[in-house]
Design a protein around this ligand. Structure first.
Ligand code: ADP
Ligand code: MG
Length: 747
């Protein structure tokens, strides 16, 4: 449709931001509001708060310092004044004139100069005066005004969006189609779609300002609910369709129970019993199981998975376990052999990985194809090598989010065979809200309890200057026959940094809104305003980060001389990595200097020390996974988090949390709150939907509500929705799933 203010040039800009339709534009909601009805007065500001004020321009100046130009603006209300400072902002020169009215938004900082407070790099808008058009004045003065993230430079900033969206809504008056059943909206006390869109962009007088800022007005709730409803409905229908497919009904009689029990080397935890019960109940159903088994590192998922595989084997089917790496596949293979030795049935266990030679592969494939191998353990090869199972009953996938292959299991079974059951294991504790949406088409079992007798890992935070003490400690542990990991954020530091971590997402808000460092003295001629205090040590790259490669050299010739030190990082080829890892597993390496490549699943019970340098640079999930590499045996284990020079407030929060708790779910919740859902997994690769208006951290309750309503809607064929409304919902569902989530079609 034609939208006033959007020609081909603008359309191209909008397209680049993912805005292709008028609807997309309407769902680009303000990210904050300014209350220009009741502006704040300058004398009531408090240092540290975010404030939005309206004041008059008193004067401005461009100051040239040795490092960069500073632009200073002084605004006032009566006898109070506020100074605003922008760095490198030559472009602001000449923009302000005394007497103009401006709206300023930023963090209030104390100031030593004559003005009471200052703001560094605030956002601002020059308010329209009598010379501007009436529409602009109407939208921006004396009311609650929406503020938008720019859709393209200063041209498509807030002012443009206000006008364009206003005109769009005017032209659509009475014509915005509803997409949810009326009766549902009435029952939930939510406004219709058009009202919600109008109110979210142009809040009616009297809307509580706090509700606007927290996106919890009725209008916001309606739009957020709508988005989550269509997500949950799609997942719900997927789940239902899976339940209607025919699969295998495994027997789980007393004989099977006995077979399971006889292999257990210990008493299962309550959580393990519950999870196995849920899994077996699914397996007995004649429909395919799709279940996620979630449990922190060391919670005992593997045993539960082996038990489930035994259920399949006892019913005369084959079971397959797929691991993300060869090391882990081998580890599982050895564990399975040890465990199932005790079983009276002695199932035949085979290992299939990419590195087997061709003869071996062919032989193994034959065993699998003829159904002679009952338990098959492998890597991706299970899919890639075109292995056809004779009678596949259960597939267990370890760490699924590194794969994303759920759909490809059909490749593994023969065409005329029934759909196998699938159990996904993940050691990443996933907060419930994320599990609901990310794995919403899977049923969920959680191991929320660790096996008894674990001694907690002692976690300490140590400043980098005390490195000598740390190396001493490592030597002492090695002298007792223990092993240690020492982890660095980058592989090499000298040239370009080669991060194994992606720092680009670290604290995006801070990076955008404030300069690298707030100058202590705002006096313009100070040369060292942004002096970077990072020392240039010889193991540091230009980013000031120590790297695995350099520290490996330094440690083995210096503080750790005499110990057997190994180096492991992502740029080694797969074979070399394997060799190093195996040597560490066999105890032929005392200290493994590494990057985060060791993060997943590796089990070396004799390793008791995990040292992480620059711990402030790692995400919480990562730190938790790293710590999970120790404390796997009987001996007391230690996690030493060494920090560099500067630790950001968020970094502090993460480190304190690590010291405070070992509970993966607690850490995951905190991580989610700090980073937001997109970063939690790295959105795309994880298949996590990107939301337009919803936010999984903020909108948990609405997500639960949406899930309930989706199930209710799917349940009732007649019910409260009319046939026409159901048709609308279906159309929109398809659309939403194809366009927004890019997941599997909702069909
Ligand atoms: P995960 O795969 O969840 O990280 P594992 O299955 O590897 O955990 O179990 C971690 C360790 O705990 C293993 O050494 C395992 O043998 C042991 N374990 C598992 N369940 C129990 C239990 N119920 N009691 C005692 N030890 C257990
Ligand atoms: Mg495991």
């Amino acid at each position: 449709m034609y939208v006033r203010g959007v020609g081909p040039r603008v359309a191209a800009l909008l397209d680049a931001k993912g805005i292709q339709t008028a609807e997309d534009l309407l769902y680009h909601l303000p990210f904050r509001y300014e209350d220009r009805q009741n502006p704040r007065s300058l004398d009531e500001l408090k240092p540290g708060e975010m404030a939005s004020i309206i004041a008059e321009v008193r004067g401005s100046a461009l100051l040239r310092t040795r490092r960069m130009p500073l632009f200073e603006l002084t605004v006032g209300q009566g006898r109070h004044a506020l100074k605003c400072i922008w760095f490198n902002a030559t472009y602001l020169n000449g923009k302000f004139h005394a007497g103009q009215t401006v709206a300023i938004y930023g963090k209030v900082e104390p100031s030593r100069s004559s003005s009471n407070f200052k703001m560094i790099q605030p956002q601002f808008e020059i308010l329209p005066d009598a010379s501007d058009d009436a529409e602009t004045r109407l939208l921006e003065v004396g009311r609650i005004t929406p503020v938008y993230e720019s859709l393209g430079g200063s041209r498509l900033a807030s002012r443009w969006q206000r006008k364009t969206i206003f005109n769009l809504l005017e032209s659509l008056r009475g014509a915005v189609p509803e997409c949810l059943p009326r009766a549902m909206l009435a029952r939930l006390d939510m406004p219709d779609r058009e009202t919600a869109l109008r109110e979210v962009h142009y809040p009616p007088e009297g809307t509580p300002f706090a509700q606007l800022q927290s996106a919890s007005t009725r209008a916001h709730r309606r739009l957020i609910f709508e988005e989550l409803f269509f997500l949950e409905l799609g997942l719900e229908l997927k789940r239902r369709r899976m339940r209607e497919r025919s699969g295998i009904a495994f027997a789980a009689n007393d004989k099977v129970r006995e077979a399971i029990r006889e292999v257990l080397p210990f008493h299962p935890t309550t959580a393990q019993k519950r999870a196995l019960g849920e899994i077996v109940a699914d397996m007995r159903q004649p429909n395919p199981m799709r279940r996620l088994l979630q449990g922190d590192v060391g919670s005992g998922k593997t045993i539960v998975a082996f038990q489930a595989m035994l259920v399949a084997i006892e019913s005369g089917y084959q079971a397959a376990l797929m691991a993300p790496t060869e090391i882990l596949a081998t580890q599982h293979f050895l564990a399975a052999r040890k465990l199932l030795e005790r079983s009276s049935r002695k199932p035949r266990i085979v290992l299939l990985t990419g590195s087997l030679d061709d003869d071996r592969k062919r032989h193994t494939r034959g065993l699998i194809n003829r159904g002679e191998a009952q338990l098959v353990i492998g890597t991706h090869s299970l899919i890639e090598e075109k292995v056809e199972f004779g009678r596949l009953g259960l597939v267990v996938v370890d760490e699924q989010h590194r794969f994303g292959v759920l759909q490809r299991f059909k490749l593994m079974k023969k065409p005329n065979q029934p759909e196998p059951d699938v159990l996904v294991m993940t050691a990443t504790p996933i907060p419930r809200t994320l599990a609901l949406s990310l794995y919403g088409d899977l049923d969920l079992s959680v191991l929320d309890e660790l096996p008894p007798g674990r001694t907690p890992i002692v976690t300490r935070r140590v400043p980098g200057e005390r490195a000598a003490d740390v190396w001493d400690f490592v030597r002492k542990q090695a002298a007792q026959g223990r092993q240690a990991y020492i982890v660095y954020p980058v592989i090499e530091g000298t040239k370009d940094d080669q991060p194994e971590l992606d720092f680009s997402h670290d604290e995006p808000q801070v990076a955008v809104q404030t300069p690298p460092r707030t100058p202590r003295r705002a006096r313009p001629h100070t040369g060292d305003l942004f002096a970077n205090g990072t020392p240039e040590g010889n193991s540091m790259g230009k980013s000031g980060l120590k790297s695995a490669t350099e520290m490996y050299e330094k440690l083995r010739s210096g503080p750790l001389a005499g110990l057997r030190v190994g180096l492991l990082h992502g740029r080694l080829d797969a074979d070399d990595k394997d060799v190093i890892m195996r040597r560490f597993q066999r105890g032929e390496i005392d200290v493994l200097v590494a990057t985060t490549v060791i993060e997943v699943g590796v089990d070396v019970p004799n390793a008791t020390v995990m040292v992480v340098e620059h711990a402030e640079r790692f995400g919480l999930a990562q730190l938790h996974q790293l710590r999970g590499r120790v404390g796997r045996g009987a001996a007391k284990s230690y996690c030493i988090l060494m920090t560099g020079e500067r630790v950001s407030p968020i970094g502090e929060e993460r480190l304190n949390a690590m010291v405070r708790t070992q509970d993966g779910f607690e850490l995951a919740e905190l991580d989610l709150a700090i980073r937001g859902p997109g970063e939690f997994f790295g959105t795309r690769q994880a298949g996590l939907p990107e939301f337009r208006v919803a936010n999984l951290v903020r909108d948990r309750q609405l997500l639960e509500l949406a899930k309930l309503e989706a199930a209710r809607f799917a349940d009732e064929s007649g019910g409260e929705a009319t046939e026409a409304e159901r048709a609308c919902v279906r159309t929109r569902l398809k659309d939403a799933w194809q366009r927004r989530y890019g997941l599997v079609e909702a069909g």
